[in-house]
Structures are given as C-alpha cells and as structure tokens.
Ligand binder design. Structure first.
Ligand SMILES: *Cc1c(COP(=O)(O)O)cnc(C)c1O
Length: 361
C-alpha cells in the first residue's frame, strides 16, 4: 500500500501485535500480562498500540514518561497505567488528575508521593536488584513495608535474554526476598525475555511486563523467534541506473563498482531512522533489503533521504522503478536488520521515523 506522497511505507500488523500479547499472556500462566508501550509504543505509535492491546484484553500499561502516560490515558480510560521513569519533581497533581501510577524509584520519590498523594493512591515501588539505574537499593527498603503499601513491587532484569547468565538467579532470589516483605503488593519482575526464562526458572510474580516481544522482536536470541512479525518497512525505488567499472556510489565514494552494475536508488535514509551504520564500502558489509523477492546489499553510504542498492543480480532489474524495496519484513525481521546494522532490534524499532506513510492493518 505505497503512497506516492511518501518515500516509504511502514505497515503495522495490529493483528500480529494482539496475537503476540495473547501468546505472552498464555505463557505468563496465572500472572497478568501487562504491556510496555514506552518510547511511542516502541516506535509504532502510542495510541494505536494502546488501543490494540486494550482490545486484545490487556489491562495494564507501562510507559517511560508522564507525557506518554497522558496520551495513553486518552485512548485507554479504564486501564492501569504506570510510569517507569518515576516521579518528576512537582508532578503529583498530574498523576492524580489523570489517575496515573508512578513507579517510585528512590527514597525522595517515595517521600514526595506519601506527602502529597492521598493515602492508598496506587503506585509501584521499584527495587534495584542489579541494574544500578533506578530503584531503591535493597538495604534502603528498611522499615518501609510497615508504613507504605505499594500496589506493585517491581525490579528489572539485567540480562534475561541470556538464560545462562548467573545474574538471573541472583536477581530472582533478591527480588523474591524483597517482595515477600510486601505481602499485599503484586510482584513483577519479568520483561519479554523474562517471560521465557520463567518457563525454566519459576519466578514468584503476579504480573509480567513484556515490551519488545509484543512488537515482533525475538525474546530468545539464538533460538527461532516465537513471536509474529508486526512491522514491514517498504521504500520506493526511485530509479535504477547503470554504473560502470571504477565509478563510485554515494558520498565520499565509499563503494566502487568492480563490475558493470545496476544500482537502485531508494527513497529512504537516515532522516527516516534507517541507521547510517547500514552504509557499506567494498570491504565492509552494511544493511540488506529485499527486492522482487531477492536479497540485495546496500552499497555506499546511507544518506539523509536516499539509499543505494546493488540490484545487478535481480532479474528484470532495469524495470524496477516504483517497485518496493523491503527493509524490514518477512525473513528480514528486526533482529536480523539490527545485527546487520550493528545494534539491537530495540534501537531499530524506536528509531523508526516520523515521515513514513503509516498503515495499520
Ligand atoms: C523496557 C522495560 C520493560 C520491557 O522490556 P522488554 O525487554 O522490551 O520486554 C520492562 N520493565 C522495565 C522496567 C523496562 O524499562
């Protein structure tokens, strides 16, 4: 469904998103499956993602910022919405107005919330078990359980996508020790990969917080992806040109043709969030696309609005004007794209730019 006013089309399969949530919910067993929709729903759009998950049966959302929570609240009036980045100074009234729940992550935040919010207003308490970013240190919890009853008690895995990492067992043990001090709070530890870790290493928790896997990312790296693809990114081929031996392609002449070549120039660039690390020279590989069902390499630098592909080996390459080049799609999932671009799939998704023709199917 390309649109000539846009250079590229981002198709978001909301059915696959809903199916991924239901699959995670089944895996979570008796625990509730919440959904993490921070960073604009991992780049796919806060509102459509929140609506889709709500319709699938999800009852609890997590975002990073208060502004994201206010947007989610507008389309999900009845869901519980937690804000992971905590309580910015002076924000209690905004939380109360929109019935949002802070994830309190320091003694200062707990004190401010207890001072200003009516007793019993739902909030989460974040205890750090190894990440050293947010959350009270274990020894800071002290006598808090006698005076404060958070609705949710949570911590966050450092490396749950590595099942053999000894950090996992240490974090699970520390978390279960702390959460036992808050018997009236719902314990929550697992992110996407944690949901799969739980299948081998049971975790006492009442709510799981998957994000990445909802959007089609592989929560079990090294094993086949159990999740359905959600995102397809297709950019239009603007023209196919002949490049003779010895001619270079793109800025700084980073790639030189060593055979008579057909180069497809495509309407996609780093301004769309396609990372510049997908650039390729004659000695370093970069990103990949699929044209007419065949995989082709990026050649030369990724520029702001254009990418060049070597389509010499694609049958009928001279006639590809107006055809799509697929940069994310079946067989080219976000994890594979990420490894070609030297990053992780989270960054691929959250970099998706603002000028695509976005189609929700
Ligand atoms: C982002 C985040 C999640 C979700 O993690 P995924 O790996 O995307 O499933 C869960 N909990 C916290 C605290 C997070 O910051």
């Amino acid at each position: 469904m390309s649109n000539p006013s846009h250079g590229a089309t981002l198709t978001i399969n909301t059915g696959a998103l809903a199916a991924n949530w239901r699959a995670l919910s089944r895996l979570a067993g008796a625990a509730e499956a919440a959904a993490v929709i921070k960073a604009d729903g991992y780049g796919l759009g806060t509102e459509p993602v929140a609506r889709t998950l709500k319709d699938a049966g999800c009852r609890t959302l997590f975002v990073a910022h208060l502004s994201e929570a206010v947007r989610a609240r507008a389309v999900a009036p009845d869901l519980d919405i937690y804000v992971l980045n905590g309580l910015p100074i002076g924000s209690v009234s905004t939380y109360l107005t929109h019935r949002l729940r802070p994830v309190l992550g320091s003694g200062a935040e707990v004190a401010e919330w207890r001072d200003q919010a009516p007793e019993g207003t739902p909030a989460a308490l974040h205890v750090d078990t190894g990440m050293s970013r947010l959350g009270l240190r274990v020894e800071e919890v002290g006598d808090l359980p006698t005076v404060f009853r958070p609705r949710l008690i949570m911590s966050h895995f450092v490396a749950s996508e590595e099942p053999a990492n000894p950090m996992n067992a240490r974090q699970i043990a520390a978390f279960e020790r702390i959460s036992a001090l808050f018997p009236s709070s719902v314990p929550s530890l697992s992110n996407s990969s944690g949901v799969f870790l739980r299948q081998h290493q049971p975790i006492r928790e009442g709510l799981v917080r998957p994000g990445y896997a909802l959007y089609g990312g592989n929560p079990t790296p090294g094993a086949p992806n159990p999740m359905a693809d959600v995102v397809t990114l297709a950019a239009t081929i603007l023209q196919v040109r002949v490049v003779t031996v010895g001619e270079t392609v793109g800025y700084n002449g980073a790639w030189t043709a060593h055979r008579p070549s057909l180069i497809a120039t495509v309407s996609l660039g780093y301004a769309d969030g396609y990372l510049r690390s997908g650039s390729a020279s004659n000695t370093t590989q970069g990103g990949i696309a699929s044209v007419a069902g065949q995989e082709v390499p990026i050649v030369g630098r990724v520029s702001m609005d254009l990418i060049t592909l070597d389509v010499t080996d694609v049958p009928g390459a001279a006639n590809l004007r107006g055809e799509p080049a697929i940069f994310i799609g079946p067989g080219l999932g976000v994890d594979r794209v990420a490894s070609a671009l030297g990053t992780n799939g989270y960054e691929i998704l959250t970099s998706l730019g603002g000028r695509y023709n976005r189609v929700f199917v």
